[in-house]
Design a protein around this ligand. Sequence first.
Ligand SMILES: NC(=O)C1=CN([C@@H]2O[C@H](COP(=O)(O)OP(=O)(O)OC[C@H]3O[C@@H](n4cnc5c(N)ncnc54)[C@H](OP(=O)(O)O)[C@@H]3O)[C@@H](O)[C@H]2O)C=CC1
Ligand SMILES: CC(=O)C(=O)O
Ligand SMILES: [Mg+2]
Length: 753
Amino acid sequence: MSEDLDQSALDYHRYPKPGKLAIKATKPLANQRDLALAYSPGVAAACREIEQDPLTASLYTARSNLVGVITNGTAVLGLGAIGGLASKPVMEGKAVLFKQFADIDVFDIEIDERDPEKLIETIARLEPTFGGINLEDIKAPDCFIVERALKERMKIPVFHDDQHGTAIVVSAAILNGLRVVGKDIGQVRLVTAGAGAAALACVDLLVALGLSKENVTLTDIAGVVYPGRLEVMDPYKGRYARDTEMRTLEEAIVGADIFLGLSAAGVLKPEWLIRMADHPIVMALANPEPEIMPDLARAARPDAIIATGRSDYPNQVNNVLCFPFIFRGALDCGASEINEAMKVACVRAIADLAMAEPSDIVRAAYGGDQLQFGPEYLIPRPFDRRLMEHLAPAVAQAAMESGVATRPIADLDAYRQSLHTRAYRTGMTMKPVFDQARTAPKRVVFAEGEDERVLQVAQQAIAEGIARPILIGRTEIIASRLGTLGLSIRPGRDFDLVVPSDNPNFEHYWHAFYDRVKRRGYAPDEVRKYIRNDTTVLAATMVRVGDADAMICGIVGRYSRHFKHVEEVIGAAPGVRRLTAMSALVLPGGPLFMADTYVQVDPTAEDLVEITRLCAAEVRCFGLVPKVALLSHSNFGSHDSPAATKMHEALRLLRELEPELEVEGEMHANLAFDAAVRQARFPESRLTGRANLLIMPNQDAANIAFNLLRTMNEGASFGPMLLGTDRAAHIVTPSTSVRGLLNMTAIAAVQAG
Ligand SMILES: NC(=O)C1=CN([C@@H]2O[C@H](COP(=O)(O)OP(=O)(O)OC[C@H]3O[C@@H](n4cnc5c(N)ncnc54)[C@H](OP(=O)(O)O)[C@@H]3O)[C@@H](O)[C@H]2O)C=CC1
Ligand SMILES: CC(=O)C(=O)O
Ligand SMILES: [Mg+2]
């Protein structure tokens, strides 16, 4: 790992609060009454119910959505037995993945105990706390003993992620790899590097899926596992001992179709690859350094299909693709265990999803990457938001069919639909935008380049690879603030610096600005002053003449002042009548966009149509299908005030101009979110589910609603995004945070592309 990545990782873990997790209350506790309900005496009612019927724990406590990620720190990634305390960042990390990918809550538990029997005793006693147990990074063969004993003793799913999570993802990748190369699982020969937790579970599952046991050769630190071997042996490896003269991986790999590495860095030599069968599958999955780097493997065997556990190469085979989603399905149907049928269902669902036609939404989420099933795309990517709705129902169905579901799901289609909605509210709103920005980083100029938030964002934007920042400001101020903040970026090397008082392009810029505003009452002298003193004018002019691709201003001063200059210098794109501002919130129900929050005070019906179309196009950049509600005090024609009539007229025009757009109105705000009430009130509604874009009748309504929601919810907000401009330009507000500014940088960079 580079020193830079190390330092960034340390900062990530340390600031603004140490660690990656916190506990959040889900019920109000604001007054004496709340206290009486949450705690004594009210809480006793919930206790009594559970005492009488233990299944009601899923109704009155968080247990049914709570997983324990439990380790003793004896085989942490490829780092070895580093102990419970040092393993805590990994376990907190697993917890965050559970939450972000599948909305599952986790307590990470690190236990200082190496004796398997004592470990079993400790974990078994935690059953009242959890809906499921995810064992992590416990060394082989202890992990087999611990898992088997806990499965027997506990009535909740116990799942050793390094074994089964890995095995499920590896099996999906191998099944699909064999499809690509046209080989039959019953015929192929597989050789492993590693005979520990992950490797043995992979081989077990592959054998269950049709791999012939006779075609498997295990190798580990002592070479080939054969009958009678004494060195580092255990009965678990012994099950695959092969009667052969071969003693080394170098010998065993000759003629093999599949190499499965779950061992250590650099174990596989390129020259050995040459002796594998045609079109070999090479899975080098040791973390963080694989058994062979993909470039070396590719050079030795151009016909190979190659996978690693890393995110920086194609075909990332990592258990993160499995554990959040298999637990989602298991928890939702109250499964008492995760059995073989559920694992196989998960394998098939992962494999099938990779072969499904990628939607435009998924393509957008990966910056337009070609996600076509083939040698470089064997299994879905971890950020594929379809994973939860495909995998969890398949797992739940298998649990029900195999009789282990204590709370069977009556309507799987409705369940699938609810997961679809859930997948879009798990904090990944900005992901598609960042991915798109990364594909072709743009030059983004910041008018307030001396601001500390801008300096931090500049460093992060460079690290994220989303933009090349241009900062407007004074050399010495920026240098001193970079020092105070401990930031490593430097002008010239990492970003460009434009000093207004010493600007070599001064002549060029003031002429360009003058050209734009000479008919707006500006005199040449005044224009020169603006270019020297007003950094918003300077930034906008740079974008206008092509010296920057996008701009961000507004951290200091009023929105209206910045807007005036941006409108003068950059103006509207051809075909756009008026600019508009859209703001966004990330709410528990998913992202919510609103317009016009800052620019158009009282838009006409025609203006509202343009606002809706500009905003809907922007919503698509977030990988979302726009669902638009035109809001009003009137409900489907219940009032005929001018404000209600213009919303009604806007809908009529939108139906003509954008018949494909899912838009409905005019309606009360609650109907935008509550599909059932909407359907009862107006059965012909063309809006389905929850609206994600609210178009308000005027700026007062939009701005007030946005600020109310922003204050009352803890969720992130971003924007305002200025839409309809001829070049990408955004005016943020003085209260913007570093994260908000970084988001706007990514949005600006994407628009500039
Ligand atoms: N991509 C993914 O999703 C996952 C990757 N992994 C990675 O797989 C590796 C193994 O993990 P896990 O099974 O949990 O750990 P274990 O400790 O249970 O097993 C490690 C195995 O690798 C063998 N081994 C170690 N060093 C060498 C070497 N130099 N040459 C040959 N064999 C070697 C060990 O041999 P011996 O038995 O003789 O000691 C043992 O069989 C780790 O790097 C881990 O990060 C694990 C889980 C998921
Ligand atoms: C990915 C994982 O769980 C491991 O490497 O241990
Ligand atoms: Mg692990």
